[in-house]
Design a protein around this ligand. Sequence first.
Ligand code: PLP
Length: 370
Amino acid sequence: MKPEEQAFVKKIEGLEENNLLRQYFTSERLQGAYVNINCKKLISFGCNDYFGLSNHPEIIEAAIKATKKYGAGAGASRLITGNNPLYSALEKEISKVKNTEDAAVFGSGYLANIGVISSLADREDLIISDKLVHACIIDGAKLSGAKFLRFNHNEPSSLESILKKNRKKYKKCLIITETIFSMDGDVAPLKAIKKLADEYKAFLVVDDAHSIDFTKKCEKGIIYIGTFSKALGSYGGYVAASKSIIKYIKTASRSIMFSTALPPAVLAANLKALEIARDKKLTEKVLRNAEIFTDKLGLKKAESAIVPVIVKTNEKALKISLELQKVGFYVPAIRPPTVPVGTSRLRFSFSAIHKEQDIVKSALLLKALI
Ligand SMILES: *Cc1c(COP(=O)(O)O)cnc(C)c1O
C-alpha cells in the first residue's frame, strides 16, 4: 500500500466503528418480488420497481428487438453520433405524460438533475431546495455555483421567509423539491410552493423520480425531472418543460452533451413501459399494498410506494434488516448521509407485484423486532 493510502484506511475504520461503512453485496433479482442474496431466496422490499415492469415480457421483448435492430450500444454522445429514432419518440411520449411542450432524455435521473440544475443557474443566481432533497439535487446546486439555501421539509412558510430575505439579491431563482420524497415517502405541498414561485418570479423544479401515477395531469409551468429507472422498470432520466427551456438545456447541460447516449434497448424498453404504466390499476395496487402495511403497524396511512420505519440508530437499523433477512425478507437499512443523523430507518418499497400475505407477514415480524 502507498503510505498516502493510510488516510483512506483511517476513514474506513471510522465509518466501520459508527456502522456507516457501505458494503456492496451480490443480489440476483428473480421473477416476482423475489431476490436471491447469499444463496437464499428472499421477498424484496428493497426495490423501486413499483409496477414490476423490469420483468414485464413485452418490455423485455421490445428491448431485445431494438438490440437486434440497432446493436447493444449507442456509439457516442447524442450530439456526436446523432439521435437514435427512438429518442424523439420517447421525448414526445414523456412530454405528453408530463403535460409539457417538450422533454429531453438523459442517461439517468442523477445525470438529469445535475445537468439541468447546473445549466439553469449560475453564480449570480439563488437556488432554494427542501432540506430533504436527494443527493443529486444537492450536487447539481453545488455544480451550478449559485447561492444554495434550504427550507424546512415541506414547509412553504419556511420557503417564503427565505425568499423574502434573499430573492432580491440574486438574478434568477430556482426552487427545487420532490413530488414524493425518496426516503420518507411523503408528498410535497406543490400548489403552495408553486404559488410562491410565481409570486417571487422563480422557476419551480420538481423531481418526480418516485411517481407512481402516469395518468395524472401535471401542473403547468413546472420543470419536471424524472427517471425511467423506478416505476418504469428500466434506466434513464428526463426533464420535461417548455420548448425554450428544453432547447436551452439541450445546448447547455454538460451531462447530456458529454455522455454517451442510452443503449437502444433501454430507449425501446422505456417507450413500452410508458405505454403499460398508464394503467391506473397499477397505481392503485401499489398504494393499496403500502396501506396494508401501514394499517398493520398503526403508522400514518401510506401516501406513496415508500414507507420508512424510523428506528433512529444505525446499529438498530442494520440489526433489524439482518433479522428480517434471516426470516425471508430483504429490507434495506438506510443510514446517514442518505438520511439525517438520528433518523436511520428500514425503508420499505412496495410494488404492485407484492402479495398481501407477504406484506402482512413482514409487518408482524417487524412489529416483534422494533
Ligand atoms: C433515484 C433518484 C434519482 C436518481 O435517478 P437514477 O435514474 O437512479 O439516477 C434522482 N432523484 C430522486 C429523488 C431519486 O430518488
